[in-house]
Design a protein around this ligand. Structure first.
Ligand code: CAA
Length: 285
């Protein structure tokens, strides 16, 4: 079934979307990446080409593979170009109004059998599914940053998702080299419900001057062997994403451990979102 997929669509080519396009194309799928305008399309394409160029220069892929991957990619600003897509992944900004616009369009444009997956990390997949006339074919396919590297894909089934859809999404995840974990639609799913409060605690430690940012990060990398410390990770994930996850955890469970610490909220208000804005807990400019 998944082997027969002729076209995969990815809507939204930010850091996650561009990485998701790369993952599918490297696994042999023909991928159409969709953005809202030419400037966003160029940014997404640039991100992807840089990442593929790095893989080429490191010898991870050959010149021929590089050319073949690029040959499998189409970039467009027309969602209508997904009219023959078999599987679509949405990775647009985490706002329900934007998701509504995308899913209403995809539901109208794509054939009834097309599975619509969302990479959301902080919105309810059920709420997104209910925006369509095919909620049984809507599923969460949640990647981790950087998408080409991290091996987990959370498959988020809702009370409306059919078991066939969850199975296909799991098969897709395996085909692109990820380990699927089927989880239910609750705030934070599984991985973020564990990771993001941990990041929030690290921000709290920094806010209360327990130690310097470097010492906080080293306390985890050197003590527990994590590849990066929590403040560096917050900068990678994006402080806005961390805050959004904290807020949905609080909304859903009202437990004090899910209260976002004031510094996290203030940094987001100040636009210090991490790597993507050039400054977060560390400076990247
Ligand atoms: N895109 C593509 N590839 C990348 C990359 C990127 N942005 N960043 C690193 N890589 C690749 C490198 O090319 C390199 O590949 P090879 O091994 O094939 O040469 C490999 O990853 C290792 O990279 P580096 O040697 O440059 O650096 P590193 O060893 O320090 O690893 C890291 C970087 C992979 C990011 C590692 O530090 C790590 O695993 N960090 C933890 C990341 C994490 O926890 N992510 C989950 C966040 S939670 C989330 O994303 C969910 C959400 O909804 C908020």
């Amino acid at each position: 079934m998944v082997q027969e997929f002729k076209k995969v669509g990815v809507v939204g080519l930010g850091t996650m979307g561009a990485g998701i396009v790369e993952v599918f194309a490297r696994a042999g799928f023909s991928v159409t990446g969709v953005e809202i305008d030419d400037a966003a399309l160029d940014r997404g394409r640039g991100h992807l080409e840089k990442s593929l160029g790095r893989a080429l220069s490191k010898g991870k892929i050959t010149e021929e593979e590089h050319a073949a991957i690029l040959g499998r990619l189409v970039f467009t600003t027309a969602r209508e170009d997904l009219a023959d897509a078999d599987f679509v992944v949405e990775a647009v900004p985490e706002r329900i109004d934007i998701k509504r616009d995308v899913f209403t369009d995809l539901d109208r444009i794509c054939p009834p059998g097309t599975i619509l997956a969302t990479n959301t990390s902080s919105l309810s997949v059920t709420e997104i599914a209910a925006l369509t006339n095919r909620p049984d074919k809507v599923v969460g396919l949640h990647f981790f940053n950087p998408a080409p590297v991290m091996k987990l894909a959370e498959i988020v089934g809702t009370v409306l998702t059919s078991s066939g859809t969850t199975e296909i999404a799991s098969e897709v995840a395996k085909r692109i080299g990820k380990t699927p974990v089927v989880v239910s639609d609750r705030a934070g799913f599984v991985a973020n419900a564990l990771l993001v409060p941990y990041i929030n605690d690290a921000v709290k430690a920094y806010e209360h001057k327990f130690a310097s940012r470097e010492e906080i990060d080293e306390s985890v990398t050197k003590a527990a062997g994590f590849p990066m410390g929590p403040l560096t990770l917050a900068d990678l994930v994006g402080l806005d994403v961390c805050l959004a996850v904290m807020d949905v955890l609080w909304e859903e469970f009202r437990e004090s451990r899910y209260v976002a610490t004031p510094l996290l909220r203030r940094m987001v208000a100040a636009g210090l979102l991490g790597r993507k804005t050039g400054r977060g807990f560390y400076d990247y400019s």
